[in-house]
Design a protein around this ligand. Structure first.
Ligand SMILES: Nc1ncnc2c1ncn2[C@@H]1O[C@H](COP(=O)(O)OP(=O)(O)OP(=O)(O)O)[C@@H](O)[C@H]1O
Ligand SMILES: [Mg+2]
Length: 467
């Protein structure tokens, strides 16, 4: 790659058949970018191969198809094949929304309409550089870091690496482990990983969701029963604890277990024996206990809903699974992993996410954690029409939508306007008529502007007195 350092001026390739437009752009952009030029496909692709520009400004209407977009779109696709990370901004006519959309779906970073407003173009380019820097940083971090996966748990962030480390550390022992974390963070996945890494891996992993089974059934489900133990107990049945013999018992949503059963469970944790309902004899069960909860058990203890002694038995080791929002670039790593998996399952030839979709993934707060991400990507794979998944497919807001651009433009215009008004008022020493004349606007308009920007109509002398 010719641009080894992120902080050198980024290389920008201009592809336009009109020399006047190229000159105009060069004039406006040369101080911030190293500019390369091309007027046709072969020169453009030669530059992409040799210089690997991070930014490409591409006119869609190139000969031989000046009124269409076929040549521009062909360059777009070939350039992305050569360098999938290139940020390509296409230039379209101002009534060519369909072409712009086609370009975005083929992987363009953004589009800009003719006649190109240089201010808008500069903002779009700055954002493209910013995103490109982020991508470079995160991919070099990925290359440097060690493990991206542990028993199906994908992640590279420091916070998930801590979880991997805990899984490795509890591997050889039989101590109970309490797994905490918000809903959808991957607690069950962690439990299965602990089992698979332990010496018990060839034995059963029995999961029971204490929150999903009605209270009246939970006891017989966990402990089993003898024939005739209660009306309807026509057969003897083993409980789930017993079926985890030599293996691992995973008590999910442990916070939902009723107090009466907590006592019985505590007894099992203390002496490793159980009694089926209606039985006289006790049965020894050798099972490792893992438990998970998405509620704060300490709070449940203080409210009298959870036994403290059971809590201390369960939480000999606690593994806290972080929320997805605390895992940095794992969001995009996981999104890509899910995309590859579902695209293969659904036999959809998807190549990845549009840059807007990547931005939207980063901007979202993920209250439903990994499960939410998994579901959004699954749906997007089915909904996507182009080769790249868009924010719309993910049902996420596009952070680079036209409105967002418009609002950042409006903000910069407002601040400039405010400066001009203030300057004119200072020059006119507070005389509104003079300042209005200087600005070439009417007095009422100037009054409106003064009010909007909270500027005073007073003379500088008055201001000095007040200060
Ligand atoms: N780091 C990860 N890598 C890959 N897949 C993950 C990861 N974390 C979670 N998943 C997937 O996300 C989904 C939710 O995970 P899981 O069921 O383990 O979460 P949970 O914390 O038990 O949620 P809940 O509290 O709602 O039961 C599963 O389909 C799981 O395979
Ligand atoms: Mg779960």
């Amino acid at each position: 790659m010719s641009e080894k350092l992120i902080h050198t001026r980024p290389v920008l390739l201009l592809v336009d058949d009109d020399p006047e437009i190229r000159d105009q752009m060069k004039w406006a952009l040369a101080s911030d970018y190293q500019i390369l030029e091309a007027l046709d496909r072969s020169t453009a692709l030669a530059h992409v191969r040799e210089a690997m520009p991070r930014l490409i400004l591409l006119d869609l209407g190139l000969p031989p198809d000046i009124d269409g977009a076929s040549e521009g779109l062909a360059i777009l696709r070939e350039a992305l094949d050569l360098n999938p990370r290139a940020k390509i901004i296409v230039v379209t006519g101002n009534s060519d929304r369909a072409k712009a959309v086609a370009a975005i779906e083929s992987g363009a970073y953004d589009f800009i309409e003719k006649p190109v407003q240089l201010e808008v173009l500069k903002i779009v380019l700055q954002r493209a550089v910013y995103l490109s820097n982020l991508e470079q940083e995160s991919s070099s971090l990925l290359e440097r870091a060690g493990q991206h996966e542990c028993e199906g748990i994908v992640g590279n962030s420091a916070s998930i690496q801590k979880v991997f480390d805990m899984i490795r550390r509890v591997r050889p022992s039989d101590v109970p482990v309490l797994i905490t974390g918000e809903s959808g963070t991957g607690k069950e996945l962690v439990a299965r990983a602990i089992h698979r890494q332990s010496a018990r891996k060839g034995e059963p992993f029995v999961a029971i969701n204490c929150g999903a089974i009605p209270e009246t059934l939970l006891e017989s489900e966990l402990f089993g029963y003898e024939k005739g133990a209660f009306t309807g107990a026509a057969q003897q049945r083993n409980g789930r604890i017993e079926s985890a013999q030599r293996g691992t018992l995973f008590l999910d949503e442990i916070g939902d277990i009723p107090l009466t059963l907590q006592v019985k469970l505590l007894r099992f944790l203390q002496d490793h024996t159980i009694q089926r309902l209606g039985a006289k004899e006790t049965i020894a069960v050798d099972a490792r206990i893992l438990a998970a909860t998405n509620v704060d058990l300490k709070k449940a203890i203080s409210e009298g809903r959870f036994r403290e002694d059971l809590y201390y038995r369960l939480c000999v080791v606690t593994v806290a699974v972080p929320a997805l929002s605390e895992r940095g670039s794992d969001v995009t790593l996981l999104a890509r992993t899910f995309l590859t998996k579902f695209a293969e399952e659904e036999k959809r030839p998807l190549k990845g996410f549009t840059p807007q979709a990547v931005e939207a993934l980063i901007a979202h707060s993920w209250p439903g954690n990994v499960r939410e991400l998994e579901n959004r990507v699954k749906r997007a794979v089915v909904m996507a029409e182009g080769k790249y998944v868009t924010p719309e497919n993910l049902e996420l807001k596009d952070p680079s939508s036209v409105e967002e651009h418009a609002s950042s433009l409006r903000a910069s215009r407002d601040s400039r306007e405010k400066d001009l008004v203030r300057l004119a008022m200072e020059k006119a020493e507070g005389n509104v008529s003079k300042a209005a004349a200087e600005l070439g606007i009417s007095r009422p308009t100037l009054y409106q502007l003064l009010a909007r920007y909270g500027l005073k109509k007073t003379k500088p002398d008055d201001q000095k007195e007040k200060a």
